[in-house]
Design a protein around this ligand. Sequence first.
Ligand SMILES: Cc1ncc(C[n+]2csc(CCOP(=O)(O)OP(=O)(O)O)c2C)c(N)n1
Ligand code: SF4
Ligand SMILES: [Mg+2]
Length: 353
Amino acid sequence: MLDQIKFYQTGSNTIGNRLLNPSMRAIQASADRPNGLISGHRACQGCGEALGARYAIDAAMRATGGKIVVANATGCLEVFSTPYPESAWQLPWIHSLFGNSAAVGSGIAAAMKVRAEKNGDAVAPRVIAQGGDGGTTDIGFGPLSGMFERNDDVLYLCYDNEAYMNTGVQRSSATPPSARTATTQLVGEHPGADWGKGKDVPMIAMAHGIPYVATATVADLRDLEEKVTKAMSFHGARYIQILTPCPLGWGCASGVTVTVARMAMETGFFPVYEAEYGKITSVRKIRQKQPVINYLKLQRRYAHLTGKKADPNVLARLQALCDTNIKNFGLLGDDEPQLTPAAIQAYERSNKV
Ligand SMILES: Cc1ncc(C[n+]2csc(CCOP(=O)(O)OP(=O)(O)O)c2C)c(N)n1
Ligand code: SF4
Ligand SMILES: [Mg+2]
């Protein structure tokens, strides 16, 4: 038992609340509070993923009376929360492979259902599968689509930081165009990530017609909590994609994580909405519309677009992308969303101009 809290790495015995005398544990570690992810993890300062996971999982715990099991894909969230032999999770939690957390979630949900039926339990524990954007939009995409198609009783949470952060900031299918990553360098005629590539997984999830799909950001944590709570009121496949800025990969100060996420919403860069059975049911309106440059200039991954040598055509293209989102999702004033499931493909194409 350690008797002194240290907030720095000390080999394999780095501090974890579970190793501390109960009187020394952080208040968040109290068994009476629904704190799924507690102190002792090793996320970078200002990590949007740690913030998002904390609020999302706590909301799910509250909604289910603590009866949840979480399957977590490989990625920053898994790595920083479970430094062997410790864990910062205070709930049943399993590390799947990088690409199969949706499949592991599906399997657990099936097993829980059978067990509850056998035992005559009124309710079975609920299941959450989660992962980063790489694990979700790329390598885990097949199992995720299978989970949607079978309508398995799993809530999938994608923590979207728009690249493979844990392995050194490589491009994923969620990396926005023109962003610099380790694999989309500032070279050639079109520096940064290519245009015309990538996947809009919330839209793809909607096209599966599953009960509930939503997007959220860490700039509006109450909205995130409400969406997770609502997701837990449905059975069947559900999907929430949470924009979680990564100070390291995005090149922003650790103190502006929430500001950057808010700017992603206020520019229309990241539309925030929810949908039931393939139809948009609500959108989070822009409160104070911002030009895209105000979002870009907070991040060094876009430094080539904010200095004197910035290409005005690329900036205009990024602004057009935001404007298209604003129009399609009805993000301003009393505008209605224009997207229907049938229009999703057209939307996909229009965002790739
Ligand atoms: C099959 C397989 N391929 C590659 C890896 C290496 N790997 C571990 S984490 C990771 C990146 C995760 O990116 P993402 O899912 O976006 O999560 P983030 O770290 O950004 O939160 C990769 C490529 C692996 N663990 N397993
Ligand atoms: S690299 Fe990014 S996602 Fe990973 S722990 Fe650090 S801030 Fe979080
Ligand atoms: Mg990622």
